[in-house]
Design a protein around this ligand. Sequence first.
Ligand SMILES: Cc1ncc(C[n+]2csc(CCOP(=O)(O)OP(=O)(O)O)c2C)c(N)n1
Ligand SMILES: [Mg+2]
Length: 639
Amino acid sequence: MSATCRLTVAQAIVRFLSCQYSERDGLEQRLIAGVFGIFGHGNVAGLGQALLESELREPGVMTYYQGRNEQGMVHAAAAYARMKDRLSTLACTSSVGPGSTNMITGAALATINRLPVLLLPGDIFATRVSAPVLQELESPAGYDISVNDSFRPVSRFFDRVWRPEQLPQALLGAMRVLTDPVETGAATIALPQDVQAEAHEWQRALFVKRVWHVPRAVPELAALERAVGIIRSARRPFIVAGGGVIYSHATDALRAFVDATGIPVGQSQAGKGSLPHDHPLCMGAIGSTGTAAANRIARQADVVIGIGTRYTDFTTASRTAFAAPAVRFVNINVAGFDAAKHAGASLIADAREALTALRTALAGWSVPAEYRAEAICLAKDWDRTVTRAYNLRNSSKPAQSEVIGVVNEVSEPRDVVICAAGSMPGDLHKLWRTRDPKGYHVEYGYSCMGYEIAGGVGAKMACPDRDVYVMVGDGSYLMMAQELVTAVQEQIKIIVVLVQNHGFASIGELSESVGCQRFGTWYRYRDPSSRRLTGSVLPVDLAANAASLGVRVFRAATIDEFRAHLQQAKRSSGPVLVQIETDPLVPAPGSESWWDVPVAGVAELATTKKARAAYEADKARQRALLGPEPDSSDPRGAT
Ligand SMILES: Cc1ncc(C[n+]2csc(CCOP(=O)(O)OP(=O)(O)O)c2C)c(N)n1
Ligand SMILES: [Mg+2]
């Protein structure tokens, strides 16, 4: 056999991707498990032709999935990767121009959430002989610029393959980034449409099986000792568990550490599930959408141990959650960037490795018994709050918390709840009783309306043995429901719970809190006399919309009907949607927390003026978190 073979660039890509594997803890799996695509002139004759040949030659090796909107394809790939703990993902191929730029939102989402996705946008001709081609945005500043350059800031890896010879390096670079827990995110290889179809002589070595080892960084001894010293000095330590705990499979190590030390745990959106809800020291959600239990403990914490968290504003309540002047941070993270946050002692390491090492080093040490008892008591109180919120029996329409309660009750412990934007992520963060580390899937890095249904499709593809409950608001549904058709086509069973409240309830509440009277947040006709959007409710029927796409649909008017329909939905085989009308004005239980959203500094409206005064009071509590504050009685600190 000769050392080379002749293939097009696109055929080489498909062949290469078919033999990439990831490996962690000895477990090997396909790194790129399939390809989502929408074809146009930018990829039909390149990757389209190559995927067809692959499907005919080796059925099932590199399955092609048809997307509806390129953004949705990327969401599905990101959700897939999240469920696979970032060890496997999907590729997405698009045409040139709008097909490519439709993927940019998805790329940003993946990169923010640190989820690997491989994006293969088509690009303008490398030869330029037919320029400007259809959908080419010409730049007088340089002929090598295309819309695909917009991927650069939202990708962790970006390359454009102008010549076939460049492909091997681009592919290897992309695979490395995808499998690096520190760097992972969107890896984009832009592929000019002529280059995709160009034949080239390839070294066969490019197509051997490659196994990408996903490392578990061990903590440096000196850093471990520093962290241990700080934790030993603590009287009221508190753990903030982030997504890194789950991706690293560190949930057992976290539980062992917590059981041994008695340190209570708060969870970010991505970290929810790192301890089950009924663990006595699980305080649940932390921050702006947190539980009163976690936020009370956080307020007085003297040492905060962040594990696999990047401390977003929601997690830190815009830097008001940790109020003790002398609070110190110990941050366990694979990324030095995150480990150094809040002037913390950084422990750059894999979460599981670090927790195991810390438990050994802290053997025999635990928090004071009164503190442990206080935390346990607060967690129990919050659990009672959740039970009340699940059973409000709101008089007119059900409250959202009741809907969440029913979904929690009807779903099995290993099932998955998915959400991304609107009022539900916050309510789910507070109220969802998470029983499995992969059971809670709320995308809150980008909080992207439109992720829900597409993400549900990707999650179900990754975990066919779990039911996937997609919680979607009417606003998010209207933003992007098209991947329902993909679910119908592939008979991917997602159970969509459509919460119809006729508008942007979350932003309505936010608007009210900043003195803006829910302006522009209802879905209403323009009133002919006032010329404002205050007329009657729009006659939008989203259940009918879903039914028209081939989805089995149920409509519930009451919470009991909703429960019955959901149970039926659970038994059905293909995609299902259950619609329920809720009362958007019933709030979830309070977080005793804050989120920094600036209020107009000058206003005619009394509502805005009032909100501004409240804002200034809250703003005064915000901290720079530059390290423990010097004692003001100490003359050195006072200077
Ligand atoms: C793509 C995108 N655009 C805008 C926003 C800002 N935003 C956050 S929630 C929301 C409204 C969501 O409405 P809906 O899905 O009906 O949920 P509800 O707020 O009613 O619970 C908006 C506009 C966003 N998160 N994502
Ligand atoms: Mg809504």
